[in-house]
Structures are given as C-alpha cells and as structure tokens.
Design a protein around this ligand. Structure first.
Ligand code: OKP
Ligand code: ZN
Length: 344
C-alpha cells in the first residue's frame, strides 16, 4: 500500500471556529493530520509517499473557473481591503434574495462562494487545499498505474466543497477531482462511497446529473446534523443521473448493527453498478467519542468496514475526510486499511 501526503497541507491554520455561540479552537486542525500521518508510518512502514504536483486543469474539471480564481486571490483581497485575521463569510443570499450576484468587494464575494460560518479562508488555505487535491490525484494516479488500492491523506477535507463554493472545512472536492481523473484516464464508471458522518453535499451536487459517477453516502440524518439542507433519502439524481445518487441517512446513536446493515445495502448497490474503480470518502467521525458526531462505531467496527469494502473486489482509493477525536483518528483509519488489506 502507498499512502500519499503533502506537508503543505499543514499550513492552513484557522484561528477560531464559531460553535455553540462561542469562538472555539477549530476541530479541523493540522495536528489531526500530523497524528494520522505518524500512525500510518508506524502501522505501514515505508508506505508514505509525497504527493506529486498536477496541472490546475484537474481542479477546473470539477470546479468553476471563477471559484478557483476566487480561492487563490481571496485572502489577498481581504488584506488589501484593510481587514485582519482570517477571512470569514458572514452574509448569505437565502431564499428569494439575489444568489446569482457576485459583489465586487471581499465580504460579499466570500459570502457568494461559501455556505456556512465555521470555515474561513486563511493565508495558506489555497496552497493547503491545492496540495490536498494533489494528494487525492496522486492516489488516483496510483490506481491508474494498476495498484489495487491507495490511501490519500487529504487535509483540508473535500466532500462539502461544491462546484462553486466552500464550507464544512472543505475548499476543493478531493474525491470528485480524483474520480474525474480516473474518468479522464479511461475508466467508464466510478463509484464514490462516502462513509463520513456528514453528508457530502458537494460531491452529490457535482455528480447529481451524471450516470458515470455513482455517489453513495451513509451519514447522519440532515434533519439533525450538518449540512442540514442536503442529504435526504429522496435525493436520487436528476436527468441522466436519475438513480445514480443514493443517500442512506441514519439516526444519531447508530452503532454497528444498523450501520453495518446500511453499509451492506450501499455496497450491494455499488456492486450492481459494477464500477471500474471505487473511491471511499473516508471520514472516521462516525467513531464513538467524536466531538462533532453521534454514531458509535468502535475500532473493530472500522476493520469490519474495511473488510466489507474489500469484498467488492474493486480498485479502491481511500480519500481522508473527517474525524475529530484526534487521539483515535489514526487507530481508526489504520483499522479500516488493515480490515481492507486482510480481506482483499
Ligand atoms: C466536516 B466533515 C459544529 C459545527 C460543525 C461543520 C462540520 C463540518 C464537518 N458545532 N461545522 O464532514 O467531517
Ligand atoms: Zn464529517
């Protein structure tokens, strides 16, 4: 197994996050990626590889050009307009307001290109997000060269980032960018299995009207959990993509009996689709004790998850997403990978 990583991903360093009416330390820290990297090095000596660099065209395959331009220039514009600290969005064009407008000054622009308050653009967000996408691309390249599996230690995560917006700690849709890379390399059908606790609204949006990328997600019911406004079971795809989006929301408190059942339903549907490759958006915030989440998976359950995924017998790229119990993240990810490798 190869595990791809890029040190520049650690540079993104948001000062605060707004939670429960207070400013708190951000849940999504560089520390969690560093600790995960150490756990991988210990469990799989010699597996670590530096992510390669890729042309920006791979980002433009998935994201709008104006959004990519905005991500690159936003922090500079924030400073040029005399603001300090991190660039936070603060006003959104909801309901019947003019959501298509792109104001010319930075606060209006940030609001246009985002959807929630916990995620800011910091001095180094662009470089970290770009290297995170390149970490996913490196894993995809490994598959296109014939590897059976790879792990991409992406940070910041990606599955909440849409074609033209950031949020949920995500700026670039790493799994989506990897999926499109494999399509460009000749794969006909890609399945994305998203096992993060939260629904991957961005990945769903990007592929909603396509039948060549099947998005399947098991996640907390958006009625009670972030991102609240997407991820319900009746979202099944549109146009050509009808039937190629599958959401399986579970109630808070779900443990392996109900989770494992949902996962096997998801995997059966993916098996029927017969994808050329599988991308797993691997969030381990489904772990009992995760500070953002309400599922109760254990270390052993994560090994069961890995084994169930391996039973599909597809080339598989694991792309890291969430997981905020930083002392458990490494063990849980290693458990998924060992479960996969033991059963593959
Ligand atoms: C990212 B990923 C909690 C605020 C939560 C955003 C959650 C993003 C989760 N008070 N804000 O899917 O793990
Ligand atoms: Zn999550």
């Amino acid at each position: 197994m190869k595990a791809f990583f890029a040190r520049e991903q650690l540079l993104h360093d948001q000062s605060v996050e707004f939670n429960r009416g207070e400013l708190t330390a951000p849940y999504e820290s560089g520390k969690r990626a560093e600790m995960l990297f150490s756990a991988l090095e210990a469990a799989f000596p010699g597996a670590a590889r530096d992510a390669a660099e890729f042309p920006v065209s791979h980002l433009l395959d998935i994201h709008d050009a104006d959004y990519i331009g905005f991500l690159q220039s936003a922090f500079g514009e924030w400073i040029a307009e005399g603001r300090t600290g991190d660039a936070f969005p603060m006003v959104w064009p909801v309901h019947d307001m003019r959501g298509e407008k792109i104001p010319n000054t930075i606060v209006g622009k940030i609001s246009h290109y985002s959807f929630e308050i916990s995620t800011a653009i910091t001095k180094h967000s662009w470089i970290s997000a770009r290297r995170s996408a390149e970490t996913a691309l490196s894993g995809a390249q490994e598959l296109s060269r014939g590897a059976n599996m790879a792990f991409s230690l992406c940070r910041p995560p990606g599955h909440h980032a849409g074609r033209g917006y950031f949020g949920g700690y995500c700026y670039l849709n790493n799994a989506g960018i990897a999926a499109q890379y494999l399509r460009n390399e000749g794969a006909l059908r890609i399945a994305i299995l998203d096992v993060d606790y939260h629904h991957g609204n961005g990945t769903q949006q990007i592929f909603y009207d396509r039948d060549d990328v099947f998005y399947v997600s098991v996640h907390a019911d958006p009625d009670t959990d972030f991102p609240y406004f997407l991820g319900y079971a009746d979202e099944t795809g549109a146009g050509k993509g009808e039937g190629f989006n599958l959401n399986i929301p579970l109630s808070r408190g779900a443990a392996w009996p109900s989770y494992g059942e949902a996962l096997s339903h998801a995997l059966n549907r993916i098996g029927d689709y017969a994808p050329d490759a599988l991308i797993v958006s691997l969030g381990v915030d489904t772990s009992a004790g995760d500070p953002l989440s309400g599922f109760l998976l254990t270390r052993d359950d994560f090994a069961r998850m890995g084994a169930a995924i391996a039973a599909l017998q597809r080339q598989t790229l694991f792309v890291f997403e969430g997981g905020y119990a930083i002392n458990d993240v490494g063990g849980n990810v290693v458990s998924v990978l060992n479960g996969f490798l033991g059963a593959a």
